[in-house]
Design a protein around this ligand. Structure first.
Ligand code: ADP
Length: 260
């Protein structure tokens, strides 16, 4: 009604999906995808039905993080059936094209691919769909944020200044499109030696907490830089699933409890 040209007018619910949470970061390499997957598993552990959409078109890492590589099947209406693992419904552009193909896509193609993965996938009944956003705060991110009615965004940052500046930009972006920021997660917050357990603040520690306080958004938690998180990610056996009684799973579940 009216304003059909405005981007907000294109927003519509995804059938069966009660809430969509975006996981975003100002730049790549801060652990956004690792956090998105483990957060999804944390939400699962709280008893929710959870889906994960890897919309990180420029570098889809969910196939590696989950060990899933098969192509999704189509139903009678030619809609894609998400893959299932760890009790999650999972979809990634990486299931459809070679990684190198996705890398060279331009804006409009990226957007139509993301829209398809949101709309042309039989997500089924989900309490929450976690969307692993592309890194950065450009047009693709903005359009995505405008295209789906988001419950909110979780911003992942490392403690370093540069990364925090980028997180601030992400915050501004979501504010601009009226998406509530559910909070900031500090990833690689401190180094925890796998042998002796000693903590060292390699990148300086507590920056994100301080920043969140300054910006008036919730601080959701600190995830250590730990070998187990990296190793389980690389093996396609995410830490929340493979080490459910470990300290890392507890951290991700605590974060999940705040954004559910
Ligand atoms: P992004 O999605 O931001 O590009 P990834 O989630 O792909 O980042 O993580 C980048 C790399 O850092 C991966 O090799 C991942 O295993 C590793 N990593 C992410 N978070 C942690 C952590 N808390 N501890 C150890 N390694 C991590």
């Amino acid at each position: 009604q009216g304003g059909a040209q405005s981007p907000m007018a294109r927003q519509s619910e995804i059938p069966g999906v009660a809430a969509v949470i975006a996981v975003a970061s100002g730049k790549g390499g801060v652990g956004k995808s690792t956090t998105a997957l483990n957060l999804a598993l944390g939400l699962r552990d709280l008893g929710l039905k959870v889906g994960l959409l890897d919309a990180d078109i420029y570098g889809p890492s969910v196939p590696r993080l989950t060990g899933l590589h098969e192509k999704p099947e189509l139903n009678d209406e030619r809609k894609m059936i998400p893959l299932k693992r760890f009790g999650l419904a999972i979809m990634s552009i990486g299931f459809l094209v070679e990684e190198e193909t996705a890398m060279i896509w331009r804006g409009p193609m990226v957007m139509s691919a993301v829209t398809q993965m949101l709309r042309d996938v039989v997500w089924g009944q989900l309490d929450v769909l976690v969307v692993d956003m592309p890194p950065g705060t450009g047009d693709a991110q903005l359009t995505l944020a405008q295209n789906v009615p988001l419950k909110g965004a979780v911003i992942v940052s490392t403690p370093q200044d540069l990364s925090l500046i980028d997180a601030r930009r992400g915050l501004a972006m979501f504010k601009k499109v009226n998406v509530p920021v559910l909070g900031i997660v500090e990833n690689m917050s401190y180094f925890q030696c796998p042998q002796c357990g000693t903590k060292s603040d390699i990148f300086g520690h507590g920056g994100a907490r301080h920043e969140a306080e300054k910006l008036g958004v919730p601080f959701l938690g600190e995830i250590p830089l730990h070998m187990a998180i990296r190793a389980t990610s690389d093996a396609g056996t995410p830490v929340v699933d493979s080490e459910p009684d470990g300290p890392h799973a507890a951290i991700y579940r605590a974060i999940a409890g705040q954004v559910r």
